[in-house]
Structure formats: structure tokens, C-alpha cells
Design a protein. Structure first.
Length: 134
């Protein structure tokens, strides 16, 4: 096989093109966003601390104003609790109706898995009952 200037040029273009393609692909991989699947649980106290710190810093609030702010937050917390107690029974009723409607079309062998999923959901909801407003 004899190398002509045209073949040498073609090989150079193919080699250069391969290098460019490799570089582009490598850049795409290196600059891809990564997903962190860590779920952080935030408590109401964490939110309140960040909020009050932000208010104090950004608005240069006095200690008297901070005391008033904390009183307002305490009152609001109580109001949220009362509101949740009022609507919780109705929300549970709606959810139970949903569960019954789903059970109608599930196969008998699917019911234990669904009931386990419901139990896990209920446990998760109980653990979240200490969230904002509680």
C-alpha cells in the first residue's frame, strides 16, 4: 500500500476529528451535573433559627423587635396547630376513600404490597408531624 499525499491528509483529518470528538465527549462527561439523592430533614426549629437570624441581620432588628418577632412566631405556630387539627379528620377521610377505590382494582396478590406501602406512608406522615407549624 502506497501512501499518497491525499491518503496522508485523510488520515490526518480522521485522527484530528477523532481527537475533537473525544474532547467534546470528555467535556460533556466532566461538566455534567451530578444528582445528590440525599434528603435532608429540616425541623421547624432549623427554619425558625434561619428566619430570625436573617431578619435580625438584614433588618438590623433590636432585641425588643426580636422578642416581638418570636412572640408572633409562637402565636402563629399555635394557630397552625389548631388549623391542622380541624382539617386533619376530613383529609384522613378523603385519603381512606382513595385507598378503598384503589383496592377495588388491585389483584389479591397486590393487596399485601399496597397495604405495606400505605403503612410506610403513614409512618412517614407521623414522622413529619413535627414539621413547620408544629
Amino acid at each position: 500500500m502506497q501512501l499518497t499525499p491525499a491518503k496522508i491528509g485523510l488520515y490526518a483529518v480522521v485522527l484530528f476529528g477523532g481527537g475533537v470528538a473525544t474532547g467534546v465527549f470528555g467535556h460533556m462527561l466532566a461538566s455534567a451535573n451530578t444528582v445528590i439523592a440525599k434528603v435532608e430533614t429540616k425541623s421547624n426549629d432549623d427554619w425558625r433559627k434561619r428566619f430570625t437570624d436573617s431578619m435580625k441581620l438584614r433588618l438590623a432588628m433590636t432585641e425588643e423587635q426580636m422578642k416581638s418577632l418570636n412572640e408572633v412566631l409562637d402565636e402563629t405556630r399555635v394557630e397552625y396547630r389548631l388549623m391542622r387539627k380541624r382539617y386533619k379528620p376530613e383529609m384522613e377521610k378523603i385519603h381512606l376513600q382513595q385507598v378503598e377505590k384503589i383496592k377495588v382494582f388491585l389483584k389479591p396478590e397486590q393487596l399485601p404490597g399496597f397495604e405495606k406501602m400505605e403503612q410506610e406512608r403513614a409512618e412517614k406522615m407521623r414522622s413529619r408531624e413535627s414539621g413547620p407549624g408544629l
